[in-house]
Design a protein around this ligand. Structure first.
Ligand SMILES: O=C(CO)COP(=O)(O)O
Ligand SMILES: O=C[C@H](O)COP(=O)(O)O
Ligand SMILES: [Zn+2]
Ligand SMILES: [Zn+2]
Length: 309
């Protein structure tokens, strides 16, 4: 039991046609819920920390909580920086003991993204840490988007191959139509699987990463709204599309929004049904259970990583 890199996990996942869930963590209850689910499902797990999470909880609290999770669960866990925006934050996390970092240079032109990613890869690899990079831009994608617009934002397969060869990066986040948050599609959900297949053919040994992969399950949106929330028109990536992506080279599936919805629904429901309660443990307990159930559902029914330890 220790913090590990994702190298072996991804190899097994690629061979088995399943994916590893990378769940965003912000506090103790979220970490506990995810890790309890992984343990019960006998599944590998990636816990990822965003810059926003570091700001909210403080880097040292999050790191110590994840270390506690490793010790308490007896599991090997990947501690990953999500969307590192510059070399400095990646360096800080590597120096702090993270086993994996993402350098997100997707907002820069191709050559600048390569130079930045290369610099992080050099620093990370010398210290035994793996690196995820991103090529292409995630955005709210409308159904009727024109091909030229799509080519400007979605990952170009030839560029992906060149990018991986020149940077030596360990895994690559691709843009094929997903986006962050609870409002992913205006019309019918659609992902560019043809593009994903092309990328996988060109770089078969590079694990691909799907950001913005929450499903935004209608029952959780409905629960939030029933108990005083106001989240109209939310829509995510259907579960069968995540399953298909896992069969086509996607080894890491990033999920944050679905955890947020599960936690918020549980807290809203509890507080509305129990107006006299004011002990935070009374609503944070059910919130932790809701996280655990959501992660178990993902692992077992969507990612397919149960019983692979
Ligand atoms: O990509 C993510 C974190 O990097 C999370 O995506 P969701 O907003 O779809 O959960
Ligand atoms: O991709 C972003 C993750 O959902 C993290 O979100 P955050 O920046 O609000 O922590
Ligand atoms: Zn990005
Ligand atoms: Zn992301």
């Amino acid at each position: 039991m220790s913090l590990v890199t994702s190298t072996e996990m991804f190899k097994k996942a690629a061979a088995g046609g399943y994916a590893i869930g990378a769940f965003n963590v912000n506090n103790m209850e979220i970490i506990q819920g995810i890790v309890e689910a992984a343990k019960e499902e006998k599944s590998p797990i990636i816990l990822q920390v965003s810059a926003g999470a570091r700001k909210y909880a403080s880097p040292v609290y999050l790191r110590k909580l994840v270390e506690a999770a490793v010790e308490d669960s007896g599991l090997d866990i990947v501690l990953h920086l999500d969307h590192g925006e510059d070399f400095e934050i990646c360096k800080m996390c590597i120096d702090d003991g993270f086993t994996s970092v993402m350098i997100d240079g997707s907002k820069y032109p191709f050559e600048e993204n390569i130079a930045l990613t290369k610099k992080v890869v050099e620093y990370a690899h010398e210290r035994g840490v793996v690196v995820e990079a991103e090529l292409g831009k995630l955005a709210g994608i409308e159904d009727n988007i024109r091909v030229s617009e799509k080519d400007a934002t979605f990952t170009d397969p030839d560029q992906a191959a060149e990018f991986v060869a020149r940077t030596g990066v360990d895994s690559l986040a691709v843009a094929i139509g997903t986006s962050h948050g609870a409002y992913k599609f205006k019309g019918e959900p659609k992902l560019d699987f043809e593009r994903l297949e092309k990328i996988t053919k060109l770089i078969p040994n590079t694990p691909l990463v799907l950001h913005g992969a929450s499903t935004v399950l209608p029952e959780f949106v409905e629960l939030c709204n029933r108990y005083g929330g106001d989240i109209p028109g939310a829509q995510g990536v259907p579960e069968d599309m995540i399953r298909q992506a896992a069969k086509l080279g996607v080894c890491k599936v990033n999920i944050d929004t679905d955890l947020r919805l599960a936690m918020t629904a549980a807290i809203r429901k509890f507080l509305v049904e129990n107006p006299k309660e004011f002990d935070p443990r009374k609503y944070l307990g059910p919130a932790r259970t809701a996280i655990k159930e959501m992660v178990k559902h993902k692992i077992r029914n969507v990612l397919g990583s149960s019983n692979t330890l």
